[in-house]
Every structure is written in C-alpha cells, then in structure tokens.
Design a protein around this ligand. Sequence first.
Ligand code: ADP
Ligand code: ADP
Ligand code: MG
Length: 702
Amino acid sequence: MSRPASMHLLRSLRPVSRHLSTASTASPRRIKNLLVANRGEIALRVHRTASQLGTTTTTLYTDPDAHAEHALVSPHSVNIGPPSAYLDIEKIVRVAKERGCDAIHPGYGFLSENAHFARRCTEEGILFVGPPPSAIDSMGNKSLSKDIMISAGVPCIPGYHGANQEPAYLLSEAEKIGFPVLIKAVKGGGGKGMRIARKNDEFLAMLESAKTEARNSFGDEVVLVEKYITTPRHIEVQVFADAHGNCVALGERDCSIQRRHQKILEESPAPHLDDAIRKDLWKKARDAALAVGYRGAGTVEFIFDNDSGEFFFMEMNTRLQVEHPVTEMVTETDLVHWQLIVAEGGKLPLTQEQVEAQMNGHAIEARIYAENPDMNFIPDSGPLLHLRTPKPTPTVRIDAGFKEGSIISSHYDPMIAKLIVKAETRDLALQKLVAALEEYEVVGMSTNIDFLKRCAAHPSFIAGEVETGFIEKHRDELFHRRTTPGEVYSQAALGLLLSDSLVNSASDPFSFFASGAGGIQTRTITFLEKHKDEETEVKVNITRTGNGMFDIRVLPTAGREAEDYSSVVVEYSPSSPKQITAFYPHTRLETTFVRVDDKISVFQRGTQYNLSIPAPKWFEKALGVKSMENSVCAPMPCKVLKVLVAEGEEVTADQPLVVIESMKMETTIRSPKDGKVKKIVHGQGEMCKAGTELVEFEGAEA
Ligand code: ADP
Ligand code: ADP
Ligand code: MG
C-alpha cells in the first residue's frame, strides 16, 4: 500500500509530448486545481500530465477503492462512498466546489459522455474537460449522430434508428434490413448493450437482453437496429478541435481484434490501408467533428469492409479513449495536455500538416484484463498477489492503475493495465509487444496475457489480416492447448522444496542449505493440472545428490513419457524466494515460482503455468468441505439476476439455469448435465462470492 512504487511508475514514464512546456499556447484561463472524476489507470494518466504541468489534482475514490493507486497519488483525495458514486453527479460537483477545483476531467466511461454532467459543471462555474454538452448530446447518442452524419454526407450502416421502440415494430424493421442484424443501445459503450440477432425467431430474446444490459449500464434502454456486417474491420480516427475553428485528425487506429465487441489490441497506423482511403477517412472524421461544433478530443469510429474498401460511420465517442496512447506514440503528443489546453480556451498545439510531419513509426496497445479467455472471457477479480511488468522505456509504456497488493474489484471494469509499444515498423512493434507480454507476470486471478500473446504472434495477425471476427475465425489455434514442458514440473518441485521452510534448515539433511550430500532421500511431489474440466495428476521424484544439486524425474502419465534430469544445479536465495535459476544438462532456466496456499503459478520462458497441490481426501472430509459434484457454482463474484428453473424441475444438459451479473456484464449459467434441481441455494438479487453454490442437483453425495 505504500506510495513509492506507484510514484516510481509514474516517473519512469517519459513525458510523451514535445510540447509540454511550450508557452506558445498560452491560455486565457489556467486550470489550477483539477478534479479527476474517474478511477484506475485513466485517473493516474490524467494526474501524470497535470502534475507535470504543475497543476494540483484532486482525486475521488469509493469505499472499495480506498487503497487504490489513484486514491493514493494525490494528497487531495476524497472518499465519495458507495461503489456507484463515480456516477453521482451532484456529489462530484459538490466535492469540486468544496475543494476549490476549477475544472473536472471525467476520464472515460462513467460520466465522460454525460451531457447533463457537463452542463452541471458549467452551471457551477467549473470547466468540464470535454466537448460542449450539445456535442455530447448529438454525438454521444448513436441514433442522433447517424442523422447528423447522413446530412453531412458521411456514409452510415443501413438500419433503423428511429423513435418507435415497440418490439414488434423493431422486429419488422429488422426483417426489412435482413438478418443478421445488430441491436445496439443508442447510449451504449464498451461493447455493452449490444446483441446480434441471426434469425427472426431469436430477435425478441436478444432485444430483451440488450435492453437489460443497457438499462443496468447506462440507465437507458433505447436501441437501434442495423445491418450486421459479417467480416468488417474497425478503424477509427482520433480528432481534436479547439474553440478557434481548428480541427485536426491525428491519424487512425485499427481496433479490429475484439472479444465481446470490445477491443483488446489496437494499433496505428492501420495495416494495409490504401493511402487515399486513409486520407478520406481523416477528412470524413474532421467533417463530422466540424458539423457539430466539436471541441476537445473525440474519436470517429468507422466500420470498414475489407473486400470492397467501403467504410461506414459507426459512432463518435466524445471522450478520450482507452487506446489514446497508441496515437500519442505515433504522433509524439500528449493528448491529455491537449485536452487541458483546449478546455482552457487555448489553440491546438499543431496544425494538420505539422501533425502529419511528426507522425512516425508503428504503435500497438494490448489491454490486459482480469478475465478467463478459456471460459468465454468471463471477468475475474481478486487481489494482485504477484505482479511483475516489463521495464518501461520510451518505447515500452505501461499505463496501469494497480500494483502488487492492489485489489481488482468486481464492482468495476476488469481492465488491469495497458501495454503500449512503439517501433519503426509494424513487424518490429509486434516482436516488441510479444517480448514485453512474455515479461508480464500476474498472479491472483486469470488474465488474458497469454491469449494476447497468441493473437500478437499469430501468422494472420502478423500478416495484417485483421477483422473483427479474428478471434472466432482463428479459434482453434488461439485456444489450442499446449503441452506443458517437463521442466515446468521439475522447476515447480524445486520451488516447492526450496521455499518450504521445513527443509530450509541446515539440520535437515534434505535441505538446500545442508552441508554434504543427503543423497539417498527421494521425495515425491504430486501436482494437479487443470485444463477446462479435465484434471491430470503429475508426480515428480526429486533426489538431492549434493550441494545445490538434484536428480529429478517427472513420472509418466497417460499422455506423456517419463522425463529425467540428472545433476541439475540450482541457484536459490531465500531473499528472493520467487526466483529459481537451474542449470539443466542442455539449458539454463530462470523461473518465477509463486505459491499461494495450494495454488502454484510458474512463469517460464514467457508462459504462465498453473498447478495445484492436491489436498488429501481425509483433509477435505475433516474440514467438512462439501463435494461440489452435484452443484453449480458461481464462476466469479456476482449478483444473481434471474433464476430460470424451479426446485424439483428436471433439466437437461446446457439448459440455462441462472443469469448472473458481474462487472456490468450478464452471463447465463447452463446446466453441466441432465438432472433434477434439488435446491436453489441463492436466489434472485443475492450477492455471491466466486465458488458459491448456486443450484444443487439431486444425486448421491460423494
Ligand atoms: P473504447 O471505446 O476507447 O474502446 P471502451 O468502449 O472499451 O473504450 O470503453 C471505455 C471504458 O469505459 C471501458 O472500461 C468500459 O467498460 C467503460 N464504459 C463505457 N461506457 C461506460 C458507462 N456508461 N459506464 C461505465 N463504464 C463505461
Ligand atoms: P461501443 O459504443 O460499445 O464501442 P460500437 O457501435 O462502436 O459500440 O461497436 C462496437 C464494436 O461492435 C465495433 O468495433 C464492431 O466490431 C462491432 N460492430 C458494431 N456495429 C457493427 C455492425 N453493424 N456490423 C458488425 N459489427 C459491428
Ligand atoms: Mg465503439
């Protein structure tokens, strides 16, 4: 919980702008005390630029965020209470006034695209660091913005975006458009409130589901229906406008690699984009911004048909985006600084020609999420028990909101960090990204790090063959289960042995620190390794043959032969108990070994492996641990939204049982088997921890 680590992280990030200290953009109204009305990495990001400019920042935090990094960076930090308080407009405005803040930066998400909030700030004489409320109203609504774009001559996706919200009417519009269609919440964002309806018989169910999610996330359930384009790319343009009639496009970003309609890899420039089309996109985006008298940072998103080269306006995001660092890297700008300049009434620091002249290289961002790709990217949460990141350099940037010891709360978005790299060419940038991801170590929850690595190293991605269906299209290779190298088990066995205090005493002949050989003793260590629902048991025999020297045998199992490593020399120091260096006959291995209770994480050659140590059966019995074979449990901390079955009901495998909500996302839990429901353990509205039993089936107790 101490401050120095985060301060170090902030300091180690080089200022990204050449213009940070120029006086040429002197502004009429200088912001002195900036309230950052957000959390996590974006709150830290805004704080970083503001403090470089000598501006005081005041940060906000909620009860679950009391020890969060963004609450600790500023000496002026205010507790606003319950988890949802980041959305409490009146409370935030009141804090700003009480604390003498003259401006509010809303970050992204939360209130960033809330016109009412922007108006309330203005009414109270506080600068809102964002576009004018009227532009948020017209562009922050996917439906209104389409009207504006159509009249400005920007092509839009065919669809219905009118006022009639009758389900039957929307269905008839969907039929006119032709299936598949996409149902979108007009106030949506972050891929939420969006459902594909592939056929008319699923339309109404999808509509209902989109509306529920939209109501929960945005407090509004108006939707539009548009043609679903089956193999598109997502290309967006970063625009910036000031109050003096200047508007520039800071290049484009390709954000086609998505899961749940949300981006995970973002890059600039977009690969294989014809230069004439690129320039046309920039122009259309500037036209769009000028059409609504835009001011500040905005993104115009287009959906791009790879085959025809046609593009359509999708929406405009009236905020700074998650992926803005990619643009900062290639244009060598600090967009938060630009935002502050524009909010203060100053002029854009660069003209379009200057922006283009200074653009160089290729940048790519990977969003690191607490989620489980193998379980349909279901969000995860928990304490960050171990965190090791690549070393930040001018071309390897980490924007993070958490450090070791932080808690990833299930109340908020599960993004942990962003890793952004830049190099001269795309190929080099990808190599750099993979290398940096290989250095990233997280223990405490599932993450998508390994998955990001597989995407970034995939031949089609390297070839620039991107499309929004990329993950689906390459599912087999991206989710392919790799065999665990034998050395992972042997290193884990060494780790277990060396970190165990019992064998670290000099009087134990087996101890690493004992003098002389304790040769005869062999220990057998058992590991469990789980892949989806399948669990394998791997046994390792380990014999100490001399000072820091071991013979190790990984015993054969169903799918693998025995592996023997003799005279393995180990370097180990109890002062860095997670680091195990061992010299094998043909190789040297540096392994990070992290044990938390019965769980073990091994990081070796850039890959994470998860093992566990089995608890003896009698142990579970003694503790009264109930067999979960006849139960369905919550896969993550959640709230039960709906129970779809009744006690005593016969169900079939795959039948939906319960709908839960976690991190603003709905997930349907299906029956693992045919059976009869004995008990609904937790009903509608109840909050559950991960692993809590939700539904119990009839059946023999184990
Ligand atoms: P981008 O459009 O830059 O890719 P996302 O669409 O992923 O960014 O959304 C930005 C962030 O804001 C995400 O963390 C997302 O979950 C969050 N978000 C978007 N809209 C809302 C909202 N209305 N309320 C809370 N969080 C939101
Ligand atoms: P959000 O506000 O959540 O970012 P968007 O309208 O920008 O919503 O859409 C998010 C993603 O969904 C896009 O990046 C794209 O991958 C996909 N998408 C949106 N509209 C369509 C469409 N009409 N056809 C196919 N995919 C779409
Ligand atoms: Mg979008």
